[in-house]
Ligand binder design. Structure first.
Ligand SMILES: N[C@@H](CCC(=O)N[C@@H](CS)C(=O)NCC(=O)O)C(=O)O
Length: 206
């Protein structure tokens, strides 16, 4: 049986999503400490996470989660039916695009990981308010982001949302989002979330 390895670092939100997928499906894996830019040939885009499964290498978190779901038994991260699976894809994509390009970028600026002009940071924050309001509406209609059951979309959203309380402006957004908070409490109780708690967290710049 080939060894499955997840290369990344524990504070990385995308790395955590993929590791959560392993835990949800009961997949044994090795966690290999690797920072972005120190991956050698594993990812030409120099981003984490990367998965290796024997000789097979894969980057991009959603692709990795899909691979895990198709390769291993255990609870499905995507439904089998076409339309419900497409809804999961839709919300996974919302996280990887809209949440990344607003909330996650804003958090990165506040942790001094993404130096941008103040005006740009304000734009990320304004967009985060809009994006999270739409996600809150969705979670008011649906127990999980992708539907009635946990899916890859939840695994992608939970790690960035876990940083909201650490940044006052994002904490305010979370406090104004009751459905997100109900969902986040449910996610935080899952063994996959508990097992992947970051070993350290970036600190606020000011
Ligand atoms: N689209 C990638 C995004 C991964 C990503 O942005 N990872 C961050 C860490 S959470 C990273 O490696 N950043 C370094 C960089 O962008 O150079 C995925 O879905 O895996």
């Amino acid at each position: 049986m080939s060894v499955l390895r997840i290369h990344g670092v524990s504070p990385s939100t995308f790395t955590r999503s993929v590791r959560m997928g392993c835990h949800e499906k009961g997949i044994a894996y090795e966690f290999v400490q690797a920072r972005p830019g120190a991956l050698g040939d594993l990812n030409p885009f120099e981003k984490i996470p990367v998965m290796t499964h024997g000789e097979f290498t894969l980057f991009e978190s959603t692709a990795i989660l899909r691979y895990l779901d198709r390769t291993f038994p255990g609870p499905k991260l995507w439904p089998d039916e076409v339309a419900p699976a497409a809804i999961v894809d839709q919300w996974a994509s919302v996280v990887c695009d809209s949440v990344l390009n607003s909330a996650l970028r804003y958090i990165a600026t506040r942790f001094n990981l993404l130096p941008v002009p103040a005006e740009m940071a304000e734009r990320y924050l304004a967009k985060a308010r809009q994006v999270m309001a739409a996600i809150d509406r969705r979670l008011g209609e649906s127990r999980f982001l992708g539907g009635d059951r946990l899916s890859a979309a939840d695994l992608l959203l939970a790690p960035p949302f876990a940083y909201f309380p650490d940044v006052p402006e994002m904490r305010e957004i979370a406090e104004a989002s009751p459905h997100c908070r109900r969902w986040a409490a449910e996610m935080a109780a899952r063994p996959s979330f508990i097992a992947t708690e970051p070993e350290f967290k970036p600190q606020l710049a000011n």
